[in-house]
Ligand binder design. Structure first.
Ligand code: GLC
Length: 811
C-alpha cells in the first residue's frame, strides 16, 4: 500500500472548519472538503482547491433541494462530530479522516488510518478500510459474479463486441456501489463523468479504492441499513422510472439481418402461426437507406405507414434502431443541418471530429448542447410518422471506429460543448448515451405528449433509467454468458437500472465457432436461455447478422413447445410484472432481484447468482448448465411452493430438485397473491376477463398485496387515472379468509370476473362469499367453487363488482 501511495499527495490535517447551516467546510493542509448533510441518512462529500467549489452540475441528479434537517455539530480536540438522527459522522482532524457510524455505534464506512484522499496530477483516489466480512454489489453493467468483492472495475463507456466473462469496461458506466456488512448496507455514488475506477479488494486485501482519472471528488453516501433503503435513496436522488408501456413487457423478436419487410412479415406470421406470444418486432440497421440515421429504405420496406398499421393490427409494435453517427455526405439532410448549425462534436484545431461507423465516415451530434438534443429529438417524428412505436439507441458509448484495422481514429483532440466549458471526449463520453436517450425521450414526449416513450439503449450513466431500458450488448451464445446474465442484470437492478435484458440465445456465435462449432445448434441450450429470458424484465431474442437463425422455432418441435410455455407464463404473470414496475416507479426497487435484496439477513444469499426473485414472491432457478439432471437450489427462510408440482418446502435449506429440459424450478413464497391474465398472444388481443388471482395460503400467515391498474400506455397515470385494489389474505390453522378490498381511484377497468385460485389447498369443508355459502361445481362457474383435482387448487369465480368481497374457506 505504501508503495502505491508514494506518488500521491494526501490531504493532510484539518486547519479549520466552518459550518453554514447543513454544510461544513474543512480547510485541510492542501485542499478543502465540504460535507453536505442532505438527510438523516444521506450526505455528500466534495473536495476543492478553495472554499469556492467548482460549478455544481450533474447530469444524473434530479433532486437538488433537500429539506434542512436538524443536525448537531460538536468539536473535540481530535475530531468534529456531526450528528443526525441516524448517523454520527466523525471527521478526525489529524489527518483528515472520516468515520461514519450508525446509532448502534457500529462503524459503517471508514477511511484508512493515514490520510485517505490523495491526488497525482489530475487523478484522485480515496482509500477506505475494507472489513473482511464486507460484500459489494452494484457497479451497473459489469461482468463477473454477484458479490463484487475481489474485483476491480473501470467506469468508462466502451463498445465491447465479443466481450467475454472478464471483459471490463463494457457499454455502461455506473460509478455506484452498495456495501453490506453485518446486515448494514450503505451506498456510494461517485458523481463524476470522467473515467472512475473501483478496486474492491483486487489490489489490496484490507482496503478498497475509489478513484477518478480527473474531475472532482464528489461522492454521495447513503445509509440503509437495508439495501432496499439504499436503492430508495439513490433513486430519490437520481430519479425513478416512468412506467413502461405495457406492450414493452411482452416478448420481443429481433435480428440483425431481417433484410426487408417481407422477411419481417414472415417472422411475424411464424410467431402467430406458432402461437408464440409476442408484442414487439425490432428493426435493426436494414430498414435505413445505406445505414443513414433517420432515413427509410422505401424499396426494401415499402409503404411503411400502411405496413406498420397492418403490423399493429396484428398486435406487433415496431421499434427501429438509430445510431448517433451521421454519415458525412453533402446533400444528406442530417449531415447538412448538423454542419450548418454546428451541431457535431468538434476538433480542437478545426472542423468536426469524425469516426467510422456503419454508414462509413461519420460525425457525432454533440448532445451536451441542449439545442442539439432538441434537434435530434425532433427527428424522431420522422420515424413516428412511419408508425414506429419505440426507438433503439445503439453505438452510443461512443462507438467511433468499427474498422480499427483500416482507420486510426483518436479521441484526443475532440471538444464537446459541455455547458459552454468546451471539454474533452474523456470528460463527456460516459454521458453520451444518457444524453442521446434524454434527447430521444424528450423528442418522443414532444411528438406524443400523452404516450409513454419507449427506448432501448446500449450505453448509459446514472439516470439512464429515467429514459430507457438497457440491454447488455453483444453477448455470446454460450453457457457462461447465459449464466453471467443473472448477476449482471441483478447488479444492474441494484444500480437503479431496472428495465434490463440480455440477448436471449446470445448475440454472437463467434467465440463458440472457434472452439466448438456445434454450440449454437444445441436445442437444449436455446431452450434453457428462453426459460431464463422469459424472466428478464426486457425479454428479447436477438443475434448478429452472421449467426444461424435463432427464432424459437429453429430448434425443433419439442424445444418450441417448451419455449412457448415459458413465454406464455411470462404473459400470464404480466399484471404482476407490471406491478413490479409500478413499485419501481415509486421506490426504485427492480423487478428482477438477487436473493440478497429480499433476504439480506441470510448470509447464504450474499453470493447466490444463479437464482433470482421476481419481486418478493417468485423465485426462479434457471438451468444454466448443460445436461443437468439434479438442480441444487437454495430456498431462504419461509414456506415455498413448487409452482409446477405444488410440493411444499420449508426454507433455509438447499434442495436438489430433479429437472428435465421441459422445466426450470420456480418456487412461490407462501402468502403470495399474484395477479395474472388469461393467455394472450399480444396485449389487447382481448380484454382481461377474468382477472386471475393466484393465492398461496399456508397454515398461519397474513399477507396483503395492492394491485394497481391503469391504461398501460398513456401518461394519465401521472394524473391519478389509476385504480388500486387491496387483497388481504389471513390464514389461521388452515382456515382462510381472503378479502378483496373496494377498488379505489379514477381508472375503470373493463367489466370482468375474478377467477381466484387458492393454490394447492386440496379438499375443503365450506366456502362462503360475503357470508353466504357457495355451492360446489365440477368446473368454472360463476359464484361457485370447484376443486381442480389435477392441481389441488380451489377455484372460485365471482363477479368483480369493484366492491369489497370476503371469501372464507373452512378446511
Ligand atoms: C451492435 C449492437 C447489435 C446490433 C448491431 C447492428 O453490434 O450491439 O445489437 O445488432 O450493432 O446494428
Amino acid at each position: 500500500m505504501e508503495k502505491f501511495r508514494k506518488n500521491f499527495t494526501f490531504i493532510g490535517k484539518i486547519k479549520s472548519f466552518k459550518q453554514v447551516e447543513n454544510e461544513l467546510i474543512f480547510e485541510a493542509s492542501h485542499k478543502f472538503i465540504k460535507i453536505i448533510i442532505l438527510s438523516n441518512k444521506m450526505f455528500r462529500i466534495r473536495m476543492g482547491d478553495s472554499e469556492n467549489f467548482a460549478f455544481d452540475f450533474s447530469y444524473s441528479i434530479i433532486k437538488t433541494k433537500w429539506e434542512k434537517i436538524p443536525i448537531k455539530v460538536k468539536e473535540t480536540d481530535i475530531a468534529i462530530i456531526i450528528q443526525t438522527q441516524e448517523l454520527k459522522i466523525i471527521v478526525e482532524k489529524s489527518p483528515y479522516r472520516l468515520i461514519v457510524k450508525n446509532n448502534d455505534d457500529q462503524i459503517i464506512w471508514e477511511d484508512i488510518n493515514s490520510s485517505a484522499i490523495g491526488w497525482k496530477d489530475n487523478e484522485i483516489i480515496y482509500i477506505k478500510k475494507m472489513p473482511e466480512d464486507e460484500h459489494y454489489y452494484g457497479f451497473g453493467e459489469k461482468t463477473g459474479g454477484l458479490d463484487k468483492r475481489g474485483y476491480s472495475y473501470r467506469m468508462h463507456t466502451k463498445e465491447s463486441p465479443f466481450y467475454q466473462t472478464k471483459t471490463d469496461p463494457l457499454y455502461q458506466a455506473h460509478p455506484y456501489f452498495i456495501g453490506l456488512r453485518k446486515n448494514n448496507a450503505y451506498g456510494v455514488f461517485f458523481d463524476n463523468t470522467w473515467e472512475t475506477f473501483f478496486d474492491m479488494g483486487k489490489g489490496f486485501k484490507d482496503f478498497y479504492i475509489i478513484g477518478a482519472k480527473n474531475g472532482e471528488l464528489n461522492l454521495y453516501f447513503f445509509y440503509g441499513p437495508t439495501i432496499k433503503e439504499v436503492i430508495e435513496q439513490y433513486t430519490e436522488l437520481i430519479g425513478r422510472i416512468m412506467l413502461p408501456p405495457i406492450w414493452s413487457l411482452g416478448f420481443v423478436q429481433c435480428r440483425w439481418g431481417y433484410k426487408d419487410a417481407k422477411k419481417v412479415n414472415e417472422i411475424a406470421s411464424k410467431l402467430r402461426e406458432n402461437k408464440i406470444s409476442s408484442d414487439m418486432l425490432v428493426l435493426d440497421l436494414d430498414y435505413m437507406k445505406g445505414k443513414r440515421v433517420f432515413t427509410w429504405n422505401d424499396e426494401t420496406f415499402p409503404d411503411p405507414e400502411n405496413w406498420t398499421k397492418i403490423m399493429n393490427e396484428k398486435g406487433f409494435k415496431l421499434i427501429t434502431i438509430i445510431d448517433p453517427g451521421v454519415k458525412v455526405e453533402d446533400g444528406y439532410y442530417m449531415h447538412d443541418e448538423g454542419v450548418k448549425n454546428d451541431y457535431f462534436v468538434k476538433k480542437t484545431d478545426d472542423g468536426f471530429w469524425h469516426g467510422y461507423v456503419w454508414p462509413g465516415k461519420t460525425y457525432f451530434p454533440d448532445y451536451t448542447k441542449e439545442e442539439v438534443r432538441k434537434w435530434w429529438g425532433e427527428k424522431v417524428e420522422f420515424l413516428l410518422n412511419k408508425g414506429i412505436s419505440g426507438i433503439w439507441n445503439d453505438m452510443n458509448e461512443i462507438s467511433y471506429n468499427i474498422q480499427p484495422y483500416l482507420h486510426r481514429v483518436k479521441t484526443k483532440n475532440t471538444i464537446f460543448y459541455d455547458n459552454g466549458l468546451n471539454t474533452s471526449y474523456e470528460k463527456n463520453h460516459n454521458v453520451y448515451g444518457l444524453l442521446m436517450a434524454k434527447a430521444t425521450h424528450e423528442g418522443l414526449l414532444k411528438c406524443q405528449p400523452n404516450k409513454r416513450p419507449w427506448i432501448l439503449t446500449r450505453s448509459g450513466f446514472p439516470g439512464i433509467h429515467r429514459y430507457a431500458a438497457v440491454w447488455t450488448g453483444d453477448n455470446t451464445s454460450n453457457w457462461q454468458h447465459m449464466k453471467m446474465s443473472i448477476p449482471m442484470l441483478c447488479n444492474m437492478g441494484l444500480s437503479a437500472i431496472p428495465n434490463v435484458g440480455a440477448d436471449i440465445g446470445g448475440f454472437s456465435p463467434w467465440i463458440n465457432c472457434l472452439r466448438k462449432l456445434v454450440m449454437r445448434l444445441d436445442k437444449n441450450f436455446a431452450t434453457r436461455w428462453h426459460q431464463l429470458g422469459a424472466f428478464y424484465p426486457f425479454a428479447r431474442n436477438h443475434c448478429v447478422i452472421f449467426a444461424r437463425p435463432q427464432e424459437p422455432w429453429e430448434f425443433g418441435e419439442e424445444a418450441l413447445e417448451i419455449i412457448k410455455k415459458y413465454i406464455l407464463l411470462r404473459y400470464h404473470w404480466i399484471p404482476y410484472l407490471y406491478n413490479l414496475f409500478v413499485e419501481c416507479s415509486k421506490n426504485g426497487l427492480p423487478p428482477m432481484r438477487p436473493l440478497i435484496l429480499e433476504f439480506q439477513d441470510d448470509e447464504i444469499c450474499y453470493n447466490i447468482d444463479d437464482q433470482f426473485m421476481w419481486g418478493e414472491h417468485i423465485l426462479v432457478a434457471p438451468v444454466i448448465k448443460k445436461n443437468l439432471k439434479l438442480h441444487k437450489i437454495y430456498l431462504p427462510e419461509g414456506i415455498w411452493f413448487d409452482y409446477w408440482s405444488g410440493e411444499r418446502h420449508h426454507g433455509k435449506i438447499i434442495k436438489s430438485l430433479p429437472v428435465d429440459w421441459h422445466e426450470i424450478p420456480i418456487l412461490i413464497r407462501a402468502g403470495a397473491i399474484i395477479p395474472c391474465q388469461p393467455d394472450m398472444e399480444y396485449f389487447r388481443e382481448k380484454e382481461i376477463n377474468p382477472l386471475i388471482l393466484e393465492v398461496y395460503p399456508d397454515f398461519n400467515l397474513e399477507s396483503e398485496y395492492t394491485f394497481q391498474e391503469d391504461d398501460g400506455e398513456s401518461l394519465e397515470y401521472l394524473r391519478e387515472k389509476i385504480c388500486t385494489t387491496q387483497y388481504i389474505l389471513s390464514c389461521k390453522n388452515g382456515d382462510i379468509e381472503f378479502i378483496i378490498g373496494a377498488r379505489k381511484g379514477q381508472f375503470k377497468p373493463n367489466t370482468r370476473d375474478y377467477l381466484i385460485l387458492f393454490k394447492f389447498i386440496g379438499t375443503v369443508k365450506n366456502i362462503e362469499l360475503d357470508g353466504t355459502s357457495l355451492e360446489k361445481a365440477s368446473d368454472e362457474n360463476l359464484n361457485k367453487w370447484y376443486l381442480d383435482e389435477r392441481t389441488n387448487d380451489i377455484i372460485i369465480k365471482i363477479q368483480d363488482t369493484g366492491e369489497k368481497r370476503i371469501i372464507k374457506i373452512n378446511k
